[in-house]
Design a protein around this ligand. Structure first.
Ligand code: GLU
Length: 434
């Protein structure tokens, strides 16, 4: 087994270990925990795609349904070169926990294709997206498993996939996928929902810790959809965004960046440049280049990992200076790093609550598609805020009550809901009592 395979197999194995840690704090049947350690179904497919130069490439794709006891499986589709079977399983498991954490009626699923989409033309990307849906169409559906965007997929990709599925089943079916373009049945407010959900969590911390935003220095690792949205909102409230990175590296400035100009630059040129724009005039401002690893260890107050898994490990956990970490990425902290962060009294808001805003608005989108009745942006954001506030505070209170870290508290919160659903169908104790 090469290191990459070992590493990716570990992603799922480590992910499920958090169940055992949570199970110690609540009454849950051992069979419930065992059941959740095994995904319900996993599909591996080959997707032949005709490339623009006439050649044929065959891509490998996956869809995993981890659990669907509380409702149809729900979770994104990732297009990334490092996608693996174990990664998709881990991501699907986190979705089960995430949906239970915020109390929405879904289980967990995830999909992925091993591909670097940045190397594809738009036409190749469309053929791949439609090809993926052709291969998984029997496995997904509005009542069984509902995909959405994830790393390097977006609304356009969702629109193609919805269209392809509708053609296959010969019925317009917007509820098969969420995160679609608005004119194709997408929900208002889905685009920035992941970042906004995390922002609502941070606002609760602000209240609990009496933070003055102007004095809070923020570093964000990853400048995709979630990273951009959360710092845009924080910047509007006066938070100082002092470091930002993307897959190629980062920039740091003690004075803080003008976030709207960073976003504009990044989206127009695909590069991170420290600019300040006023009116139509933009000028470069001084900033230091840093690596993604250095960003994590900067002297900041709030650290936002918003990129990929396994960024915070036992090698760097002791060097993190931020007092609060809010996980916008899925699985950015390795299992082995948790006790080190807890020992140092860092508050880590775990992924399964911190980034749950995206799937929450996906739920709203699915509900709107099924009702054929669409909500205003205010309604979407108001409902999202209420859910995030309620669930964040419930988890925080659980953390204080059972005297543990916030991740364990979030798993306890989620496992309580999942076990209630599973166990209402009977457990060994029930069936052996007759
Ligand atoms: N991919 C996102 C996540 O990891 C969104 C999932 C969804 O909207 O279904 O939470």
């Amino acid at each position: 087994m090469n290191t990459e395979t070992t590493h990716s197999a570990n992603v799922f194995e480590s992910a499920i270990q958090r169940l055992d840690l949570a199970a110690k704090h609540l009454t849950v049947a051992p069979e419930t925990v065992e059941r959740l350690k095994r995904p319900k179904a996993l599909l591996e497919v080959s997707i032949p795609v005709r490339m623009d130069d006439g050649s044929l490439r065959v891509f490998t794709g996956y869809r995993c349904r981890h659990d669907d006891t509380r409702g149809p499986a729900k979770g994104g589709i990732r297009f990334h070169p490092n996608v693996s079977r174990a990664e998709v399983q881990a991501l699907a498991f986190w979705m089960t926990c995430k949906c239970a954490c915020v109390g929405i009626p879904f289980g967990g699923g995830k999909g992925g294709v091993i591909v670097n989409p940045k190397e594809l033309s738009h036409l190749e990307l469309e053929r791949l997206s439609r090809g993926y849906m052709q291969q998984v169409a029997d496995f997904v559906g509005p009542d069984t498993d509902v995909p959405a965007p994830d790393v390097y997929t977006n609304a356009t990709v969702m629109g193609w996939m919805m269209d392809e599925y509708s053609k296959i089943v010969r019925k317009r079916t917007p509820g098969v996928i969420t995160g679609k373009p608005i004119p194709l049945g997408g929900s208002l407010g889905r685009d920035d929902a992941t970042g906004r959900g995390a922002y609502y969590c941070i606002k609760e911390i602000e209240k609990r810790r009496n933070w003055d935003p102007k004095t809070i220095r923020v570093a964000v690792q990853g400048f995709g959809n979630a990273g951009q949205s959360v710092v845009r909102l924080l910047h509007q409230d006066g938070y100082k965004i002092v470091a930002v990175s993307d897959s190629r590296g980062g920039i740091h400035s003690d004075d803080g960046f003008d976030v709207p100009s960073l976003i504009k630059q990044k989206n127009e040129t695909r590069t991170l440049k420290a600019v300040y724009c006023e009116g139509s005039v933009c000028e470069l401002i001084p900033a230091k280049s840093i690596t993604n690893e250095e960003l994590l260890e900067l002297d900041v107050d709030l650290l936002l990992p918003a990129a990929l898994e396994n960024q915070i490990s036992s090698a760097n956990a002791a060097k993190i200076k931020a007092s609060v970490i809010v996980e916008l990425a899925n699985g950015p902290t390795m299992l082995e790093a948790d006790p080190i962060l807890a020992e140092r009294k860092l508050l880590v808001v775990p992924d399964i609550i911190a980034n749950a805003g995206g799937v929450t608005v996906s739920y709203f989108e699915w509900a709107q598609n099924r009702a054929g009745y669409y909500w205003s942006l205010e309604e979407v954001q108001d409902k999202l805020r209420r859910i995030m506030q309620t669930e964040f505070n419930a988890i925080y209170d659980t953390m204080d009550r059972i005297k543990t870290d916030m991740r364990t508290a979030a798993y306890v919160h989620a496992l309580g809901r999942i076990s209630a659903a599973l166990e209402s169908q009977g457990t060994a104790e029930y069936f052996s009592a007759s």
